[in-house]
Design a protein around this ligand. Sequence first.
Ligand SMILES: O=P(O)(O)OC[C@H]1O[C@](O)(CO)[C@@H](O)[C@@H]1O
Length: 259
Amino acid sequence: MNYESGLNIKLTDDPIGFEYLEDLFGPEVENRKLDDIRQSLKNPDCNGPDVVYSIAMDVGKKIHLKDLKKRNLLFGIVRFAAGRLGDEPVRSQGHIHALSASCNMSTPEVYEIWSGEAIIYMQETALDDPGRCFAVKCKPGEVVIVPPGWAHSTISSNPANPLTFGAWCVRDYGFEYNAVREHNGLAFFPILDKKNNIIWQKNDCYQNSNLIIKSPNKYKAFAIKENIPIYTQYEKNNDLFMFVADPTLKKDEWNDFIP
Ligand SMILES: O=P(O)(O)OC[C@H]1O[C@](O)(CO)[C@@H](O)[C@@H]1O
């Protein structure tokens, strides 16, 4: 790991996953296999690693579990395989956060990159008109917010140095895949060129839209600090990520949101 996550977690490679040391709790990983995500890939018949990414939802320090439940917050971690999916980089299939029963809304997610190189791709909708589309390039230690209701996918953009990230999520999360799958994926496909640089190819199932490629915003309105792990920031201020479980706390930020 080349970033201090604030959690005593060992990353494993074969199989990809996590070991939770002493003061931590965490689940068995849930694996997304290539066959699970083919429908959202540019070439559904491509070759790639059998397990594309491993997900551990609900990780943290044992002393915080009661507070996390009270706040309806959950910390998830995801580790990606090395390699590629045909000519696409290794990536998640893309989904929208379903309405959570606790707040009757789709909720945001706050990502923090731990290792590798990431692009958090997101678009306002998974309708024929995808709205604004963004590819946010980030390195270890950087934070990205995905707002409620947006369709998004996480891309491990360096085939040799796979991505690991942590994220604050609502506890009663749910994922919707149908609209993305009906469009054979998101509105832009990332493609690796001969030098392993990412180029973007429009998905013709959507109307035309421009792709804005950028680095992460500073998110001043969310009071998230730079260079301090987001788990540590929760530990110091238990209220900081309450907007994840109750998006109305930052309702003015979601209109015209720029990630
Ligand atoms: O789209 P999939 O395969 O369900 O990915 C699930 C993972 O995506 C994330 O929401 C990140 O986008 C993780 O928190 C979650 O575990």
